[in-house]
Design a protein around this ligand. Structure first.
Ligand SMILES: [Zn+2]
Length: 339
């Protein structure tokens, strides 16, 4: 593993809210500075309402029937163009997200694009920043409604019509062997066959699968993210193997990582591995600031399948039938998440 972990940018605020049994609640939201858009994920179906209002110019996104279930959140000084994003409970059953624009930036209401990935997943895309672009909303306080399309339905089958694209990212490769364990076992050689097997299983289930590498090639972290973005993936799953230094061969086990919207994906894969594979140690599902998790715009998870430096994991990871079991569990976790 051991990827470069740089500065956070892009995501300025993300909130994960516990799932309550009955009510529809806001599971996740994020204002992505780089992509200049708001992402919204709720537990159940939602039809957002969007409007713009002047003085100060702000975009208001209401989520009818959605409970925030926690105190309001306010993020200031987000960028030169966006002063503030606020998320609060507007009325007992409506959560409101307010994006307050900065003075050097103006936007016409019809330039705001609301897009649905599923009835519980929406993007609100602000227009590009244009320095000489001057537009003022009418001064009177009448809000201007923004058109919201019908939501894209949840895919019901895993047939080719499901439209899901899964990006599988086998860690390292080429010049970069990744971690090197007992007997010279290289991480890149462990994760590739697992990844290829995951891809094959998913393809048989009708998914479109894009690999960031399918052979022993060098791909930069940036290149991996670019491939995922170009493929317009619905999920991104990075597969790695772990290592510890200092002859700690007693350290074995698997762990899974997410950064923001990938929590449920990571959890689903992690649980499926624990269910299917005899794992020495469950090291948990954790938040990790890995480049590929932070820079991908889709739900993303990184799975550390075991320690190449661990005496038991090393033996298991060298065994094709163990790797096959891992691959099946990872594929099942992805399928379960998308279901
Ligand atoms: Zn790695």
């Amino acid at each position: 593993m051991k990827q470069l972990q740089g500065m956070v940018w892009g995501i300025v605020a993300s909130q994960t809210v516990c799932v309550s049994a009955n009510a529809n609640s806001l599971e996740y939201w994020d204002f992505d500075v780089r992509q200049n858009r708001v992402e919204i994920v709720t537990n159940g179906d939602v039809r957002p309402k969007a409007q713009m209002i002047a003085n100060p110019t702000r975009l208001i996104i209401d989520l009818p029937g959605v409970k925030l279930g926690k105190p309001s959140v306010r993020q200031g000084n987000i960028s030169r163009y966006v002063n503030q994003v606020r998320v609060g409970q507007f009325s007992p059953y409506t959560t409101r997200i307010v994006v307050e624009l900065g003075t050097p930036y103006s936007m016409r209401p019809w330039e705001v694009k609301v897009r649905s990935l599923a009835p519980n997943r929406w993007f609100v895309q602000l227009s590009d920043f244009q320095p000489h672009h001057v537009y003022s909303l009418p001064v009177e306080e009448e809000p201007v409604a923004i058109a919201v399309p019908s939501p894209k339905p949840y895919p019901t089958t895993y047939g080719r019509s499901s439209g899901y694209t899964v990006v599988i990212d086998p860690g390292h490769g080429g010049r970069d062997p990744g971690a090197i364990g007992i007997g010279g076992l290289q991480e890149k050689r462990v994760v590739l066959p697992i990844s290829l097997e995951v891809a094959e299983i998913l393809r048989k289930r009708g998914m479109r699968v894009v690999m960031t590498r399918s052979g022993d090639s060098s791909v930069s972290l940036r290149g991996r993210v670019q491939k995922a973005e170009q493929a317009n993936g619905n999920v991104f799953v990075s597969i790695h193997a772990n290592a510890v230094g200092g002859n700690n061969s007693q350290v074995n086990g698997m762990e899974s990582y997410y950064y923001s919207s990938g929590y449920r994906l990571a959890l689903s894969i992690h649980r499926n591995i624990l269910r299917k594979v005899r794992v020495v140690d469950n090291r948990g599902v954790k938040r990790g600031r890995f480049y590929v998790l932070r820079k991908t715009s889709m739900p993303a998870a990184l799975i550390e399948v075991g320690f190449v430096t661990g005496s038991i994991d090393n033996r298991n990871l060298s065994n094709p039938s163990y790797r096959q079991q891992l691959a099946e569990a990872i594929a099942n976790g992805i399928l379960e998440y998308l279901r």
